[in-house]
Each structure stands twice: as C-alpha cells, then as structure tokens.
Design a protein around this ligand. Structure first.
Ligand SMILES: NC(=O)c1ccc[n+]([C@@H]2O[C@H](COP(=O)([O-])OP(=O)(O)OC[C@H]3O[C@@H](n4cnc5c(N)ncnc54)[C@H](O)[C@@H]3O)[C@@H](O)[C@H]2O)c1
Ligand SMILES: O=P(O)(O)OC[C@H](O)CO
Length: 341
C-alpha cells in the first residue's frame, strides 16, 4: 500500500479502534470499523457517535461501521487489530482462510498472552504465518487523539510495506507516525508499562510527591529494560516513544485505565472491584502475573513487579512493600545496571 491506498479495516470498536478508524477515514481512505455487536454497530453507524466510549465525538461521515466481518475485511490492504490481547486468538482465527498473503497486519494491543509468553505479533503469525506484520506502540491515550491533541506513535516492523502503509493510513497534522525496526521491543514496552501505571495509580491515590513519581518512572524503566534485554529486545527502543514516552503518559494520566485501576486499589478496593469500576480493558492486570512468572523463570530482578504482585495476590501491606523497595540491599557494582542506558 502506498499513497494510493484503497482500503483499511479496523477490527475492534472500543476506544482505540474507534479513534484509529476515524483517523484513517479522515485521511480520505476507505475504512471499515468492525464491531462484533450488531445492534451497537448499527447505532454507531446511524448516530455517527460511539457513545459508550466517546460521547459527543462525532465520527467522520466517510467511516463505515459494520458488524459484518467479511464486509469489513473485503479488499482491505491493511488490517488494524484493535481488540484486547485476550481476543487476538479468536479474531486471528476468523481471518484465517479469508485474507490473502499480501494483506498487511498492524497490531495495536498492549498485552502478552500468558500461555507461552506470546507477544501479539507472535499470535498473529501463528494464525497467519505468511502475512507481513507490524506493531504500533507509543503514548497514545485514545481520548486525547479523539480531541486532536498533538500525538506521536511508533510503528515497528521488519516489513517496510507495513510501516509505509500505516503511515499513509494514520498520519495526520495532529498524529505523527515514526518508523521502528524493533517490534519485539516496542511490543514489550507497550505491555510492560501497564504494570507500572497500576503502581503509579496507587501512589497517586496516596498523594506522594513528584520526587516519588520520578523515582517510580525511572526504576520502572530500568526494570522493563532488564527483562526486555534478557528476552533479546533492543534496550534503546525503551528510550523512545514506545518506552519512556508511553511509560510517562500512562504513569501520570488518569485517562489511563491501568492508572485508574491503581487509584482504585489505593483507595482500598479489591482488584475485582477496581476492574469492574473501569469497565474497559486494563491489560496490566493480566500482564502482571505473566511477567512475574517470566521474571521468576529467568531470574530477572523486578522489585516493582514483585511488590505489586505481593500486594494483589499475597495481600501484603503497602507500607511493608514500600519499606522493602526503599531499603533493599543496594548494588555497588555494575551488574544491576541496564545494558545500553
Ligand atoms: N484506549 C487507548 O488509549 C489505547 C491506546 C493504545 C493501545 N491500546 C490497546 O488497544 C487494545 C484495545 O484496547 P481498547 O482501549 O480499545 O479497549 P476497550 O475496552 O476500550 O475496547 C475493546 C473492544 O474490543 C471488543 N472486543 C473484545 N473482545 C472481542 C472479540 N472477541 N471480538 C471482537 N471484539 C472484541 C470489545 O467489545 C470492545 O469494544 C488494548 O490492548 C489496549 O492496551 C489502547
Ligand atoms: O488506558 P490504558 O492504561 O490502556 O493506556 C492507554 C495507552 O496504552 C496509552 O498509551
């Protein structure tokens, strides 16, 4: 797909799918937004508003919203996956036998499948081994994109076709799309930061100072890099939009659902209550256990992940966790430094 792009399909009509599809349609490119619920799709199509997620945000009149999967993907050169990571296997299996090998796929979910520690691009490739795949990751709060706040993102792929097609489809005067060549790092960064956003939400509810927030973000970044470099990703990816960029926005904005889960936990609610209260996808909840298990398996030091795990699953008091985070034996050698930063 080049500047002559003819059709894009966005699968998943929640917050992110809606704003991405609207960006594509706004660029004058034929775009179908697929929502699985027939009645909802009809309502959004007729009212031009996805009232469940963005009341008052009027969608581009050229955007087609449909619950008909075949209609949505027919002739699409680029398919943008915007369902949560938990739905990837289901939706990818629906694509099998229905799309050509040339169809480009862009993954936007920020999660990791627990079974086999599979990244979303890996799930796609398992179902669609011949299709070129890329990942989009960065500081991209959907509400701010809908409000046309200046935003940048990263599309990382081994396929220049996917990068170019994504730039053509999504870039606008308020949405800048950078190219990257470390999809594994971009995906890991996007998924890992959700865990730290939950911790930031907890500290937010405790009204701790900016020194504390800054320490948390910095220590989070070091932990993320340690695990990612152990898994073979490029640490420098974490210095960019998908790493520190997304970590910063998600750890500081109550628009982040993961941050809000943390706020609710900090107010004494249970995890179940917190998740129910948000009512939308907060990938960090499932990612926490997946990453905790992986860090244990690989022997990677992740004290913040350990602390959140102990708080949620072992019901250890927050004060005890903070004390252990602040008084743990300090490294005096370079062993604990992250390679590359
Ligand atoms: N919202 C954001 O600001 C944002 C930004 C960047 C990335 N993301 C990522 O995008 C992914 C999707 O998140 P979201 O914010 O759109 O979530 P959301 O909760 O707002 O919406 C998810 C949508 O997916 C639909 N869905 C769930 N299972 C499905 C299935 N099996 N088939 C079809 N549809 C299904 C739901 O009905 C819902 O409409 C997440 O991994 C998230 O981390 C979100
Ligand atoms: O609402 P969250 O916590 O899923 O965060 C949304 C995006 O990932 C921010 O880049």
């Amino acid at each position: 797909m080049t500047n002559t792009t003819t059709k894009v399909a966005v699968l998943g009509g929640g917050s992110f799918g809606t704003v991405l599809a609207n960006l594509v349609a706004g660029n004058g490119i034929s775009c179908a937004l697929w929502m699985r619920n027939e009645q909802r799709a009809a309502e959004v199509m007729n009212s031009r508003e996805n009232a469940e997620y963005f009341p008052g945000f009027i969608l581009d009149k050229r955007l087609n919203i449909t619950s008909n999967f075949d209609e949505a993907i027919e002739d699409a050169e680029l398919i943008i996956m915007a369902v949560p990571s938990s739905a990837y296997d289901t939706v990818c299996s629906q694509l099998e036998q229905r799309i050509s090998r040339n169809t480009l796929i862009l993954s936007t979910a920020k999660g990791i499948r627990a079974d086999g520690f599979r990244l979303m691009s890996e799930v796609i490739q398992e179902h669609l081994p011949h299709n070129p795949v890329g990942v989009l990751s960065g500081p991209n709060l959907a509400k701010e994109i809908a409000d046309n706040q200046y935003t940048a993102t990263l599309v990382a792929s081994a396929s220049t076709e996917v990068v170019e097609a994504s730039q053509t489809a999504l870039a606008s005067p308020t949405f800048r799309v950078y190219a990257g060549d470390d999809p594994q790092g971009a995906e890991l960064a996007g998924a890992l930061k959700n865990i730290y956003a939950i911790i930031a939400g907890i500290t937010g509810s405790m009204q701790l100072g900016q020194n504390t927030v800054s320490m948390l973000i910095t220590r989070s970044l070091a932990e993320m890099c340690r695990l990612a470099s152990e898994l073979g990703a490029e640490p420098m990816t974490f210095m960019g939009l998908a790493g520190v960029g997304d970590l910063f926005v998600t750890c500081t904005s109550p628009l982040s659902r993961n941050y809000r889960v943390g706020q609710a936990l900090g107010q004494g609610k249970t995890l179940e209550q917190a998740v129910a209260e948000i009512g939308q996808t907060a990938e960090g909840v499932a990612t926490l256990k997946t990453v905790y298990d992986k860090a244990q398996e690989l022997g990677v030091r992740m004290p913040l992940v350990d602390g959140l795990y102990r708080l949620i699953y072992e019901h250890v008091e927050i004060s005890e966790i903070i004390t252990s985070l602040m008084t743990a034996q300090q490294a005096t050698d370079v062993e604990h430094k992250v390679k590359g930063i």
